[in-house]
Design a protein around this ligand. Structure first.
Ligand code: ATP
Ligand code: MG
Length: 167
């Protein structure tokens, strides 16, 4: 059995890792879809698809399940999005999501949707982590160690601050 988990992973954090460890107990193989993969260098999507792939491989090295990472560019047309996702991913039996739009679209398509447990949502949140990076707070404890290493390698915090500046 194969399960799909989709996120933007801007950046990949310990909430995502917690969800994936739980999914690993329920399925044989995991498909990780990188949503909005075309975007980078914006305040909401600072990291490229390739950088996010490196974060996820680093963080999931010891997951103990075979996994695929598939970039999923936006189609900006919700009615055809499920077909788009299916056209890019290995066949899957179940999708894991708490995102209301994702849940709605896959349910309408007749797929089994499971709702993952939310881990410390007040801090394990991409929005909060990006805000902490901009404000100089200590975001590192909120992400797996390989993720902070990659963000340092690409000067990610400096990039985010630069693109959030006003002219
Ligand atoms: P952003 O604030 O940028 O939207 P995010 O933390 O919601 O970031 P996403 O990449 O949007 O991260 O999340 C992918 C999936 O992971 C979504 O289904 C989201 O609901 C879920 N998720 C996010 N944070 C957690 C968490 N702390 N625990 C469990 N699931 C989470
Ligand atoms: Mg989100």
């Amino acid at each position: 059995m194969r399960g799909l988990y989709i996120g933007r992973f801007q950046p990949f954090h310990l909430g995502h890792k917690g969800v994936l460890e739980k999914i690993a107990e329920e399925v044989d193989e995991i498909v990780v879809g990188i949503g909005t993969s075309q975007a980078s260098h914006t305040p909401a999507d600072p990291f490229t698809a390739g950088e996010r792939i490196a974060m996820i491989y680093g963080a999931l090295r010891k997951l103990g399940r075979w996994f695929y990472i598939i970039p999923l560019p936006d189609v900006n047309r919700n009615a055809v999005w499920v077909s788009h996702v299916k056209s890019m991913t290995p066949p899957f039996d179940v999708i894991y999501s708490n995102n209301p739009l994702v849940v709605e679209l896959f349910t309408e398509a007749g797929m089994e949707v499971r709702r993952p447990f939310m881990y410390k949502r007040e801090t394990y949140s991409g929005t909060i982590i990006r805000k902490m990076m901009i404000e100089g707070d200590d975001w590192r404890p909120l992400v797996p160690e390989p993720v902070s290493r990659i963000i340092d390698e690409i000067n990610g915090v400096e990039r985010l601050r630069n693109i959030c500046r006003s002219d």
